[in-house]
Design a binder for this molecule. Structure first.
Ligand code: AMP
Length: 292
């Protein structure tokens, strides 16, 4: 495995892999790697001939300076994990390498799918994400790029961007990896106190409650389930834990992330909540079969 710090060296490595007829798999990350990232990298290892992990804590996608400052960073441990997961190249540029002229003035905005939920509560977040991923797609020119369903709205934003701008890459979704108690793995979980960590799985429990209500909740006259009732049930469960401050919990269309009023087909239930100064997000795709 090699560690590269510059765009030029990374392009050379990719060109050499192409010479060897290898397919290229890209996994963009912000480091502080855990088994969630491991799932993406392992899948890339299985499906492509040359795996490149990028590690870049992208300043332009943080809406709060303190979140950027406190974001966990541990390159040494990340490199050991990448080695274990069979990565070929780690591209870990510094901010100067990625943005030599300061903050970029050119940006990618994915409206619609990126405008609500995370887009609403973290202004500028998806612009930062889409712009840096567009840069990485241009630097790495991968055949397949892997993104986690943990950040389902981000995945939808990237898919839409890749389609709209004709990036010649297949965007591959990878299911969320969870701790045994259900908490979705996240680099930010490191910042939870032991007490907060004990409480944190309640967010997943609320999503499971909502999932159950999609299946069994009261039918409307039209034969579908009310999204408001599903939402109320999940929020009632969260209200029992005063330490949790819910930012949003919504029942949305899985492709567009627009809210639905009635659950007539598959939906995604997405939520964001604060525990102290740590912001947790999670979501579940709910397959709905009505008429049972
Ligand atoms: P991050 O380092 O948080 O920017 O995440 C890098 C990639 O890993 C993104 O595509 C995330 O969606 C994905 N990821 C993060 N946590 C998980 C998880 N628990 N399960 C699956 N994918 C994840």
């Amino acid at each position: 495995m090699i560690l590269l710090r510059t765009i030029a060296e990374t392009r050379e490595a990719i060109a050499a892999a192409r010479e060897r007829d290898l397919t290229i798999g890209l996994v963009p990350t912000m480091g502080a790697l855990h088994e969630g990232h491991g799932a993406l990298l392992r899948q890339a290892r299985e499906e492509t001939g040359y795996v490149i992990a990028t590690i870049f804590v992208n300043p332009t996608q943080f809406d709060r300076p303190d979140d950027f400052q406190k974001y966990p960073r541990d390159l040494e441990s990340d490199l050991a994990l990448c080695e274990r997961w069979g990565v070929d190249v780690v591209f870990a540029p510094d901010a100067e390498e990625m943005h030599p002229s300061g903050a970029p003035v050119t940006s990618v905005d994915v409206s619609g799918v990126g405008s609500r939920l995370e887009g609403e509560f973290r202004p500028g977040h998806f612009r930062g994400v889409a712009t840096v991923v567009a840069k990485l797609f241009n630097i790495v020119s991968a055949d397949r790029a892997y993104f986690g369903e943990k950040d389902a709205q981000q995945l939808a934003v990237i898919r839409r961007m890749a389609a709209d701008l004709n990036f010649p890459v297949t965007v591959v979704p990878v299911p969320t990896v969870r701790e045994p108690d259900g908490l979705a793995m996240s680099s930010r979980n490191q910042r939870l106190t032991p007490e907060q960590r004990r409480i944190a799985p309640v967010l997943y429990q609320a999503l499971c409650e909502a999932e159950g209500l999609c299946e069994t909740g009261r039918m409307t006259r039209g034969g579908s389930r009310s999204a408001a009732v599903v939402k109320q049930g999940a929020l009632a469960l969260l209200a029992r834990t005063p330490e949790i401050r819910v930012e949003y919990l919504e029942v949305v269309d899985p492709a567009t992330f627009q809210p639905v009023d009635t659950v007539t087909s598959d939906v995604r239930i997405a939520a964001a909540a604060w525990l102290g100064d740590v912001r947790l997000i999670d979501n579940l795709l709910v397959s709905v079969k009505l008429g049972r």
